[in-house]
Write a protein that binds this ligand. Sequence first.
Ligand code: ADP
Ligand code: MG
Length: 721
Amino acid sequence: MVFRGSLAVMHLFLFSHKGAYTMEDEKDMCPASIFGSNVFNDSVMKTRLPKVTYKSLKKTIEQGLPIDPSIADVVANAMKDWAIEKGATHFTHWFQPMTGITAEKHDAFISPTNDGKVIMEFSGKELIKGESDASSFPSGGLRATFEARGYTAWDCTSPAFVKDGTLYIPTVFISYTGEALDKKAPLLRSAEALSNAALRILKLFGNTSANHVTATVGPEQEYFLVDRGLYNKRLDLMLAGRTLFGAKPPKGQELDDQYYARLRMRVSEFMHDLDYELWRLGISAKTKHNEVAPAQHELALIFDSANVATDHNQVVMETMRRIAKKHGLACLLHEKPFDGVNGSGKHINWSLSTDEGQNLFDPGKTPRQNAQFLLFLSAVIAAVDDYADLLRMTVASAGNDHRLGANEAPPAIISIFVGEELSAILESIETGKPYEGIERKTIDIGVTSLPNLPKDSTDRNRTSPFAFTGNKFEFRMAGSSQSVASPCYILNATVADTLSRFADRLEKADDFMSEVRAIVKETIKKHKRIIFNGNNYSEEWVAEAARRGLPNITNTVDAIEVLKEPKNIDVLARTGVMSKAELDSRYEIHLENYSKIINIEALTMIQMANRELIPAALTFLNQLAALNANLKSAGAKSKAASDLLTKVSGLVDDFEAYTIALKDAVEAASAIDNPKESAVAYRDKVIPAMANVRAVADELEMLVPENIWPIPTYADLLFRV
Ligand code: ADP
Ligand code: MG
């Protein structure tokens, strides 16, 4: 692929000898000289594999073909030798089960010999396939129906890499009978469906040289950094990833003095180390800056294929956590670590590219290129409108429920921003009336050239959940901690399905261009309700969207329900991305996961209340009681002292009562067998009970002296980095 090849060129092979340089030495080296030094990438394969093997593997990678078993031993051996030179002693099949994080089991390369020694070995069989006990990973019922055994299978389209003395081999994780147990298998299936459908369209436009179409993805990752010492004093941050208590500090983000602000020394050093670590892993960390909230930052990578971008984003999140620890910091990837300041998201930039490097969402210059662009654009508009609920589901999580619709992230309503210019063009196409742009003319697809779409004017609307930004789309609803896999495979699958429908019509058409015109026109007419260029954060939009009949799915439990919709089951089955059984299993996994997260949060809250906060409040109450007694025996009077005693006494009583009520709510919710009903109880009973506990605790925090309150405050966490 063109976009990946260019990165591989940057690798200069300066460090192919074992352990010669440490990270410290590399700190100030030119990124070009270390980029990809720990990746078994194209240039390494080229120099280390026999020519025929290289060619065969390359073809497999580029065209997504099954691996030829006869070359596996050769590749495995070359990989092992290279990894050992990089200091590796182990290999691991690295996979992405439904836990949301990655999994790895390390095996040493050693193999015993007759003389009591070992040699370093790695076979093609070990490279291609691994066996793993699937029963310890979420399978949502697939386990009951099928076997407990799970398999990991090498995904050669994402390069292997060496990290911490282990060779990491990206793999898919599937059941004995081939059901996906992970997020990568559906992603790879969707990539294939998309490529096939897009190629059919390209052929009709006369492009016979493209062999493959790839969804390209560039994620922008937001995160918080807090002091590790303070983090360690907060059980909620450690167990739930977010603060469950904490009064608002006198200063938040209201001065807008954080965004793009100068980087603090410790943060800057962290980012520097992070960049180098990622570059060595061939991950193109590009843009870094401070974000809107205090202690919040962002890192964007240069785009790659959706599959590689997904793997890289997982490595980015893990590496952020690890490097933060080295700098005495803790990296928070939760969607809403702090109440009252912005949470963190992950913007997923998505486009389509041919293996020849043509971006299919680049409007182009000639009428024919424009027509092709408009057809692909129509496919996205139709797919996003038809499957808005499914796309919404891909970003649903307990953490993201705090953000979506909270005026810091897009609402829970999906709409597409295309900008005024393109909107006017689409309207002209639909109505046949002249386009009211700079050049007043009627847009005839395939005949007139589209006016230039200035890229800058397309990217102004930051409130849109799904924005066309000149030559790509930016999906802005994803949560910071989630994998980008599911938004990508749903987009890929639904767009592939729509393109296939278009191709069916176009392949039969007598007059190709007039059929293109008809499809584009019909699509705009039918799906224009999904286009919205205004302020998505406004209340008017919520009302307007309801009038337009757009789904507004406000919480995770409701979002999960869309996996039961026949049209959603059908589109995933039709494109071969997911079977009904796989989808059913995911329905259960998502519900259980939601309930488990709220359960952990509630139990953490109860523990902190009972063992830390209520005792602290009682300590203060005791001091106040003693103070009032002393005053009384001295014959003195203090209204302040007696008022405070009454107030604190009342609040502590409430605190205890609300904590007991929360405990009851959790016990009731967890006792429900039915996963849906249990999740509903967590949403409707446990979450409100948590809010009561928090409100009273936060009020007490403002009254109890600093030296008694046992946990770091928001001001400590946000401003003492
Ligand atoms: P911003 O959204 O902050 O204005 P940029 O426009 O620079 O930032 O792009 C953000 C992200 O979009 C980057 O990760 C970049 O690699 C990615 N991107 C750019 N072009 C494409 C593309 N054709 N396909 C997928 N991602 C892309
Ligand atoms: Mg962006």
